[in-house]
Design a protein around this ligand. Structure first.
Ligand SMILES: C[S@@+](CC[C@H](N)C(=O)[O-])C[C@H]1O[C@@H](n2cnc3c(N)ncnc32)[C@H](O)[C@@H]1O
Length: 304
């Protein structure tokens, strides 16, 4: 097993990284993407803070990009590939991406109307408890999702066993729930993107030897307090991690380049022992107690 640590104070590595990052920014300008599209939802496990450490392990040329656990899409927005397939099994999330891709102007009109107060928030939150919820249009549902995400406590997406959103009001002074500039940029960046609401196994139907696949599943919890796997009604347990490893192997056999993130723990280290394993350091973001947001080790697994 090959273990390489990302060393924060290693000047040579940092310089190498900034050259790569600059190259990617130039590439974006070349593609004439207006603005700086970035994740439009706060998402547990979002990878924005880790991208700089990941960069040196990314392939130089990416023809087809596939991301089977897209979540907030930090990696997609960083790479802005010419062609991409983004998959997630959360229908609420994929609907929001689809609406931004296809109906951004109508969405912006609805977002402008929201209010930042507790009574209004709980009214909007309670909509998915009513039998009429399904009568809302996809655009109304997307507007609700973005609003709740921006105004809820700690920007979490969390649902109960019935699939009902259950995060309390966040009491932020000026939450930005209608970020017009970003949503327009995101709209543009999604035009050559196929969005699929399905489980991660779907990736094997699309992968080819030209694909680069980044997989960021719900992590194996390293302690009870660190666990966060409630993105949907079903939890992502060890069985799912083993299934994912089989998918990783299938993609490897197809000749795709695969990168996978997970927590640093024996179970995952053993599961992927035949591949390259790199260590990165993350700041724990989901803990509301700032004093507990220390640096924790995570791993990146590569087949190339
Ligand atoms: C760690 S998050 C991804 C975060 C993302 N990389 C980002 O930057 O925001 C994991 C994602 O996997 C999704 N997910 C959970 N189980 C899944 C499954 N069986 N198939 C596909 N997606 C799944 C969740 O909805 C969640 O969005």
């Amino acid at each position: 097993m090959e273990l390489t640590e990302f060393v924060d104070d290693n000047k040579e590595k940092r310089t190498q990284n900034s050259v790569l990052i600059e190259k990617r920014i130039k590439n974006r300008k070349f593609k004439k993407i207006v603005g700086n599209p970035h994740p439009f939802l706060k998402w547990a496990g979002g990878k924005r803070q880790l991208i700089e450490q990941y960069d040196e392990y990314l392939p130089n040329d990416i023809e087809e990009y596939i991301e089977p656990f897209v979540g907030g899409g930090a990696m997609f927005f960083y790479l802005l590939p010419d062609f991409a397939i983004l998959i997630d099994n959360n229908p609420v999330l994929i609907n929001t991406y689809n609406v931004i891709k296809n109906n951004v102007n109508e969405l912006l009109k609805l977002l402008e109307k929201h209010e930042n107060n507790s009574e209004y928030y709980y009214n909007i939150r309670s909509l998915d408890r009513h039998p009429d919820f399904d009568k809302l249009s996809d655009i109304e549902k997307a507007s609700r999702t973005i609003y709740l995400n921006r105004c809820c406590y700690n920007g979490l997406y969390r649902v109960n066993k019935k699939g009902q959103f259950n995060v309390p009001f966040g009491r932020y002074k000026n939450p930005i729930f209608c970020d017009k500039e970003n949503l327009l940029a995101v709209h543009q960046s999604l035009q050559n993107v196929e969005l699929i609401c399905d489980s991660f196994e779907k990736v094997t139907e699309f992968a080819t030897e030209n694909s680069f696949i980044y997989m960021d599943p719900p992590y194996v919890p390293i302690s009870d307090t660190a666990s966060f796997t409630s993105y949907t009604k079903e939890d992502f347990g060890k069985e799912q991690q083993i299934k994912l490893k089989k998918v990783f192997e299938t993609l490897d056999k197809k000749g795709s380049k695969v990168m996978l993130s997970n927590s640093y723990c024996e179970f995952i280290l053993d599961l992927y022992e035949k591949y390259k394993i790199k260590i990165v350091y993350a700041t724990r973001a989901i803990n509301s107690n700032a004093s507990k947001r220390g640096k924790i080790k995570e791993i990146l697994i590569l087949n190339y």
